[in-house]
Design a protein around this ligand. Structure first.
Ligand SMILES: [Zn+2]
Length: 397
């Protein structure tokens, strides 16, 4: 039987499936066809929720005696953007000058293609691993992420699945394969402040209360001072004001209302609750400030609303997992990867509630861009790294 040992072939098969979120696009079927000959049991649960599209996901398991390793990822891709701007059609998997073009080449069909190839080579050479391997693949990472990884984890855990470690195949390397393993992520939280003032004539400010002055006072308090200076494992917490809205078309009218939204990326100095408390405290203290509101006796009247749930900060401390992966990267590339917690959130934030998780994949430079592409040589190298990792991780028991 033909085993899916060639990562470039695997990737080409996946790229040719136009699986733009929420469409399955044939990608999970293609993946299932690769996993079945390797002995995997494959299930494809569909999850739904009101107001979001149904999403098909995949959970594949190869059972053995020993620890359980999970590889996690997604087959959905972001839209292609201006298709005419691509050098080669985005779902063609054309190889040009040693690079394979296609949406999802690096984010992250490439990671999946390499992991599958590594497994196929391992199984052909050594037989089944000394333990269990599962692939937890969602079709909803680039979308609302509601019918994806969280539900898939709960669904599998509900059937008694337990994992000892997980590796996520997202593109983690900024410039070259071997740069960076991610061992944690900062938390993320968004909110909106609305200041209620009193509308009036710009020439008669004493009869009105300009909410823009109040909003500036509150925004100022969010931006200064810094939240922290960073920690051993994390960069400093940063708060970005993402929009300020007044919507007032007139220059001679003091508006009635003004609002500002912000997003905060916080490190392990904070938990979601303590960073929220800090923000509430800053705003409460700032309420009475007169810097922009001279002569005002009443405090600024405002509302703060938090958006959705926060993403929690996490740091993986599983030395065996980190050292094994780091050692595999170094053995294959000759480079010692940095252990980083930078960047945005990923599905690892859900997995960390079930088992220790690290992330390592391709070079991310072209992700989400026109002409997303991957060096075919990198596919071979990543396959070698994953292969070595599978070997060593199970060896260490
Ligand atoms: Zn991704």
């Amino acid at each position: 039987m033909m085993l899916p040992k060639d990562p470039a072939e695997n990737l080409a098969a996946l790229i040719r499936c136009p699986s733009v979120t929420p469409a399955e696009g044939g990608a999970l079927t293609a993946l299932e066809a690769m996993l079945k000959p390797l002995g995997f049991t494959v299930e494809r649960p569909v999850f739904s929720e009101d107001g979001t599209p149904d999403i098909e996901n995949l959970y594949a398991r190869l059972s053995g005696n020993g620890p359980h390793l999970m590889f996690a990822g997604h087959t959905d891709v972001v839209p292609v953007g201006d298709e005419a701007a691509w050098k080669h059609p985005p779902f063609s998997a054309t190889v040009d000058n040693g690079e394979m073009y296609g949406r999802g080449a690096v984010d992250m069909k490439g990671g999946i293609a390499c992991f599958v190839a590594a497994l196929a080579r391992h199984i052909e050479t050594h037989g089944k691993p000394k333990g269990s391997i599962s692939l937890l693949i969602t079709g909803d990472e680039e979308g609302p992420a509601i019918n994806g990884t969280t539900k898939l984890l709960d669904w599998a855990a509900g059937k008694g699945e337990k994992w000892d470690a997980s590796i996520v195949g997202e593109p983690t390397n900024p410039d070259a394969l071997g740069d960076m393993i991610k061992i944690g992520r900062r938390g993320s939280l968004s909110g909106t402040i609305t200041v209620n003032g009193r509308q009036g004539h710009a020439a008669y400010p004493h009869l009105a209360d300009n909410p823009v002055r109040g909003l500036m006072t509150l925004v100022d308090a969010l931006l200064v001072p810094d939240f922290d200076e960073g920690t051993k494992d994390f960069q400093p917490t940063n708060l970005e004001v993402t929009t300020i809205d007044v919507g007032n078309p007139a220059t001679n009218v003091i508006p009635a209302k003004a609002s500002a939204s912000f997003n905060i990326r916080f490190n392990d100095t904070w938990g979601a609750e303590t960073i929220q408390a800090e923000i509430h405290n800053r705003l409460d203290v700032a309420c009475g400030r007169k810097k922009y509101r001279k002569g005002r006796k009443e405090p600024i009247e405002f509302e703060l609303t938090w958006r959705d749930g926060p993403s929690h900060v996490f740091l993986t401390r599983d030395e065996k997992l980190i050292e094994t992966l780091s050692g595999s990267v170094e053995a294959v590339t000759g480079r010692k990867p940095g252990l980083s917690t930078s960047g945005g959130t990923s599905d690892a934030r859900f997995i960390k509630d079930h088992c220790p998780v690290v992330e390592f994949g391709l070079v991310g430079k072209t992700m989400h861009m026109v002409d997303e592409r991957v060096a075919v040589a990198d596919l071979e190298t990543l396959t070698d790294i994953y292969g070595r990792f599978i070997q060593d991780w199970f060896e260490r028991g």
